[in-house]
Structures are given as C-alpha cells and as structure tokens.
Design a protein around this ligand. Structure first.
Ligand SMILES: NC(=O)c1ccc[n+]([C@@H]2O[C@H](COP(=O)([O-])OP(=O)(O)OC[C@H]3O[C@@H](n4cnc5c(N)ncnc54)[C@H](OP(=O)(O)O)[C@@H]3O)[C@@H](O)[C@H]2O)c1
Length: 282
C-alpha cells in the first residue's frame, strides 16, 4: 500500500502520498546566480534533542525512536534535488568508524526507488557534487565518492593548518578557503560555490553549519521532522549550540504534514520553515 500522510497546512487538511511530497518542492529550480537555494534538514524529539552524547565516552549517537521509513524517504527526496551536498569532517569520521550510513549518493537505498530516474528526467547529473567542511582537515575521504565519479571540494578557513591544506591539494583535491578564521563561514562558502555554478545546496551537516548559514542570512529553508516523544538525557545536541541568534532565528511555517502511523503509532510532524527576519525584534 502507498504510504500516506496528512497535510495540515497550508489549506484544508488533505491526505497526500509520502512518495513525491518533497520532490514537488522542486528545490533544484529555486536557486539562481548569486542566490543559491540553501536547505537543511533535522530530525528532533519534542524536547529538542537531535542526538544524545554518552557522558562516559563523549560519543554522540542518533537515538533510536526518532526516525522512520517516512522521514527517510523524504530525506532521500531532499537529497535527490541537490546540485551539491555540504557535509563535514565529523560525518566522514563517523562514516569511517561505521557509526553512520553513507548518504552521499542518490539512488542507492531501496527507499530511493525512482529517485535516480527523477534526477535524470530533471536534467541533474547522476550524483551531486560534495563539499566537505572542516577546520582541522583531519578526516578520511570515503572511496564511494571516487567510485561514483563525484566532484569533491574541501572547504576550510584561512587559518586552517597549512600542512593539511597542502596534504589535500597534493592528493588532487580543490581546497576552498571560505572564512577568515579556522571555520568555514556561510557567505564565503556560498560565494565559492556560486562561482562554480552550484545552485541547490543541501546541508548534510550539523549545528555549526546551520548556525553560520543562519547568521550570514544564507539559509533558504529548514526542514524539520519532529518525533512525538520526549527523550531526556543529560548530555545532548540540539539544532544550534552558538550564542543567541536574535532576528536571524525567526522562521515562518511553509507547510506541515502529519503521519500518525510512524514510530509505533506515536507519529511525526514534517514541517518546513523559511527565515523571516522582517519587522521589529519581539
Ligand atoms: N537528528 C539530526 O537530524 C541530526 C542532524 C545533524 C547532526 N546530527 C547529530 O548531531 C551531533 C552533532 O552534529 P555534528 O557532528 O554535525 O556537529 P558540528 O559541531 O556541527 O560539526 C562537527 C564537525 O564538523 C566540522 N564543521 C562543522 N561546521 C564547520 C564549519 N563551519 N567550519 C569548519 N568545520 C566545520 C568540524 O570538523 P573538523 O573537526 O574536521 O574541523 C566539526 O568538528 C552528531 O551526533 C550528529 O550525528 C543529528
């Protein structure tokens, strides 16, 4: 049976198919020269946890009970619309250690049914470009990127360790200097990617990359799946860890869907928001 969910906003509530719900957003058409479309997605608990940290080892993990087949399909639909995936050194270290799955290619999983074809039909190359943001530049490069012929950029700040910059350049990678300090800054990175003709950019990254894009006013859309449970846990990550955002953190709801059947019937909300930095600070 085709999975379905309820669209609660905008308009009158209406049942829609899960498959295709995010493809209909046509994110690959929303960016333009000097104004790439930058989107991010997170899965969170009701108490705002996106990952739990083991207090003993300091290791972080995505807790069981947050994700479902529905949000995985929607995640793959977001990935399929990207010219470019922006990931980071931490993800590649987690991937190498077997803590996370490889999601840097389109069309590899059973749930990605039809998405490789969708890219071809919509004039996108088979696989997106990948950007790895890192301040330390200490990460392993996964073989899957070369195997799938993906173009890879490494992004870092001007104060990154010069020997690591030299290491990656000697290995044949283009290293983009996108920030005055050690970290990558949103506006500087987007300038570099815009020059290379990349228009739909999916942040497959975490709190720090979201923070820099929001502060620089460069986030176009935030997708948020909320699992209807409280997690607790003394040590955890939320979507942001930096200082107060002020107006840059104001968002307006674009759409809200509800799947009551996921996670053993506790269900999930699927929302997306757009920055709304207009008007006086409240
Ligand atoms: N539930 C969800 O939807 C969701 C989404 C994202 C992440 N998570 C989880 O949340 C936890 C924390 O996320 P995270 O690991 O992404 O944390 P993070 O603190 O945002 O990023 C970790 C690493 O990414 C690199 N990085 C990120 N932004 C950078 C920037 N602007 N400039 C240079 N380097 C940058 C750095 O790598 P170097 O050390 O190489 O410099 C940094 O150590 C993890 O367990 C993750 O799996 C959950």
């Amino acid at each position: 049976m085709t999975a379905r969910m309820l669209r609660l906003f905008p308009g009158q509530p209406e049942e829609v198919a899960v498959a295709g719900a995010y493809l209909s957003h046509r994110l690959h058409e929303l960016g333009s020269e000097a104004s790439p479309f930058v989107y991010a997605s997170f899965v969170s608990s009701l108490d705002g946890r996106i990952a739990l940290r083991d207090p003993a080892t300091g290791e972080s993990r995505l807790p069981a009970g947050l994700v479902s087949d529905t949000d995985f399909r929607l995640f793959l639909e977001l990935q399929a619309q990207a010219d470019c995936l922006i990931t980071h050194g931490g993800y590649l270290r987690d991937l190498a250690a077997g803590r996370l799955d490889d999601v840097l290619q389109v069309g590899m999983q059973k749930a990605a049914n039809g998405l490789a074809r969708w890219r071809a039909d919509n004039g996108l190359p088979p696989q997106p470009v990948v950007v790895v943001a890192s301040a330390s530049l200490e990460f392993p490069m996964p073989d899957s990127l070369a195997r799938h012929g993906q173009r890879v950029f490494i992004a870092t700040g001007a104060a990154a360790p010069p020997e690591r910059v030299a290491h990656w350049r000697a290995a044949g990678y283009e290293v983009l200097i996108a920030g005055a300090g050690q970290s990558v800054e949103g506006a500087a990175l987007l300038r570099e990617l815009d020059m290379r003709g990349l228009r739909s950019l999916y942040l497959l990254a975490g709190p720090r990359m979201l923070d820099t894009m929001l502060r620089d006013g460069r986030l176009s859309r935030l997708y948020l799946t909320t699992a209807h449970r409280l997690l607790g846990g003394e040590s955890f990550h939320s979507m942001l860890a930096g200082s107060e955002l002020g107006k840059a953190g104001r968002l307006r709801l674009g759409a809200l869907h509800y799947d009551s059947g996921t996670l053993d019937g506790t269900g999930q909300f699927f929302a997306h928001f757009e920055p709304w930095a207009h008007g006086p600070e409240l």
